[in-house]
Design a protein around this ligand. Sequence first.
Ligand code: NAD
Length: 443
Amino acid sequence: MGHTDDKTPDVSTGSPCSITRPDLPQRAQGEENAYSNALAQFDKAVSHLNLKKGIVETLRCPKRELSVSFPVLMDTQEIKVFKGYRVHHSVVKGPTKGGIRYSKAVTLDEVRALAMWMTWKCALMNLPYGGAKGGVVVDPKELSFRELERLTRRYATEISVLMGPESDIPAPDMGTNSQVMAWIMDTYSMHKGFSIPAVVTGKPVEIGGSLGRTEATGRGTTVTVLEAMKRLGMDPSNATVAVQGFGNVGSVVAKTLHEIGMKIVAVTCSRGGVHNGKGLDPHDVLRHLEGGGCVYNFQGAEAITNEDLLQLDCDVLVAAALENQITSKNADKVRAKILAEGANGPTTPEADEILKTTGIFVIPDILCNAGGVTVSYLEWVQDLQSFFWPVDEINRKLQTLMARAFESVMECGAHYKVSNREAAQILAIQRVADAMVIRGIYP
Ligand code: NAD
């Protein structure tokens, strides 16, 4: 475990970071608020650590927050104004890293929570980054391709005061993809006058993206699921899996677990999904989606709701959709042996307490979905050195780093006698606190 230098002066100002600032737009409070959940997890983890009050208060607050309103010319020649954010939670360990989300549900609190989780995720994986996140309040499905491009280029310009290959490196998240990253990279490069691929990750390979990046989050989740099964003495052959959220992360987890012989019994998207006790072939479901179908009308299986899926009797439940899915209302009905948090923040702190009593093995989000940022880091390193590795090498490095992080979380949990989530947070927070103490307080 790390240490905190006793000689460091306490920098406390006596005003802990609050989530009730009246000047900022707020989402529902309590269990539905991702930021209050992130803070509750943080408070629980730091209660096990011997950190100075001022260090705790610094790590509790986002370092900087940018809110932007910007006009976009629509295809109808109408001008629409969009709201966007970029939050840097911590810059202690290096430049900030974190995705950009396009969704109607984006709020500043959600972006703050996701930025904080990125700090812990990067520290847990020993990546030389602090945490960031960005978001635009928009449903990308309501925009034409060109409108999406104009919105992205304008948002990239608005946040370019923060962004840079040595300062803040975005990546895709819900509602964005490699094309959006290509536009951001191009916009930033146009402003500078030369190409700067390392300013974003998750780009197409043609312009400096890494092989294996698209599948990295799902692959990393699969590594952690197999490590958890090994630890619990479970046999993967014919073990049953339910996947909530059949998007980038969920579909890759389903495919990779299916390939090693596990049985995918249910998958859902935002509008519901399907269940088949004999097993579904995720490749067939993907072909159905490519043909214009939806997950819930896939043939040869019975329709189920998202709530049904969470309560299925299965070995592994993969939560790969979004925040706040497992709450105090349904946590006692989860019957899986392993909960793999492919999404960020799918379990509320209230639900966590219930899951502890039911004995489910939780693979916490900052570990479970860290494969994405890990290969983003590998992409950034390849861009900076202009030398690219084959996909086998990327996947091997990913496997090693994920398995090592899983083991460190298990060791930390045994040392502190805490849940997997608390262990992951304790390890990450201690590493960032140690870095802060070593750097010292400027000036
Ligand atoms: P995505 O947009 O590709 O897929 C999201 C899926 O969830 C879609 O199938 C959508 O229909 C479904 N969904 C949305 N709302 C739902 C609901 N209420 N119930 C059930 N399903 C619902 O997004 P993604 O990139 O796969 O990201 C999923 C989660 O993983 C997010 O929490 C994201 O922050 C996290 N994550 C993603 C990455 C990455 O590399 N893409 C990395 C780390 C974490």
